[in-house]
Design a protein. Structure first.
Length: 240
């Protein structure tokens, strides 16, 4: 099976109304993620918080790019510090959504740490996305949450031509079945397998032109200096 939607009960303590989109709720296990047949899974929030239009508008008035390491044992404190250091907190910290939003991002970091049995994750939060070409991520796996703007466009198995992707063909040649593609909803949590068995996906055109807010989490140990060269090569190959 290509796609799983998993609903761990404790993932979003601040937003407990969580539903499963295509299967019965069950615990997430490492074996499920490591299975070669599984390339994407997602948690779906049945009742995502209502964000006032001004909240993310204020954030995206200036370019946002926050990068750092967030530790499982003090994820919330780490995120607060990162946002304060980058001038993000000063813009919206008095808004009612600010603290719940921080807790949600902290819960995502803690969940990925639990999944990978790691003590920290690499945290990236940004208002600009530029991966306009279909590609796979050259990471073991990656967790994404789109808080504002159009969510990531995904090509399910059979909807994309990997040979066209690998040989540098444009999107029009990679996309085989336009009706099969789908988009991650705002506040849903998607996790992508990377590498050769990864899922083809891209930033939708709407998100390239309009303000957005994307959280991206990776395994912290993958982003050690020894991987810098590999990362640059992967960006060039993916067309990001």
């Amino acid at each position: 099976q290509f796609l799983y939607f998993i609903v761990p009960e404790s993932v979003r303590p601040c937003f407990p109304s969580v539903r499963c989109r295509c299967c019965e709720p069950k615990a997430l296990t490492r074996s499920r993620l490591s299975s070669a047949a599984v390339t994407t899974w997602s948690w779906s929030n049945a009742a995502p918080p209502t964000a006032p239009p001004t909240f993310f508008q204020k954030l995206s008035q200036d370019r946002v790019e926050v990068v750092g390491i967030v530790h499982k044992d003090h994820a919330l404190a780490d995120i607060k510090q990162l946002l304060s250091e980058n001038g993000i907190a000063a813009k919206v910290e008095m808004e009612a959504l600010y603290e719940p939003w921080l807790r949600d991002m902290a819960a995502m970091c803690e969940a990925l740490c639990d999944l990978d049995k790691n003590e920290a994750v690499r945290f990236w939060l940004g208002s600009e996305r530029g991966c306009k070409r279909y590609h796979v991520d050259f990471v073991p796996h990656r967790l994404l949450v789109t808080y504002a703007g159009k969510g990531t466009e995904i090509l399910p198995e059979g909807a994309g031509d990997f040979k066209a992707y690998e040989t540098g063909k444009p999107n029009s040649k990679i996309l085989k079945n336009p009706s099969a593609r789908w988009y991650v909803n705002q506040w849903d949590v998607a996790m992508f397998r990377g590498g050769e068995k990864g899922v083809l996906h891209r930033t939708p055109d709407e998100a390239l032109r309009a303000p957005t807010m994307l959280l991206r989490l990776d395994q912290a140990d993958f982003w050690l200096p020894k991987n810098d060269a590999e990362f640059l090569v992967s960006l060039q190959k993916s067309g990001a």
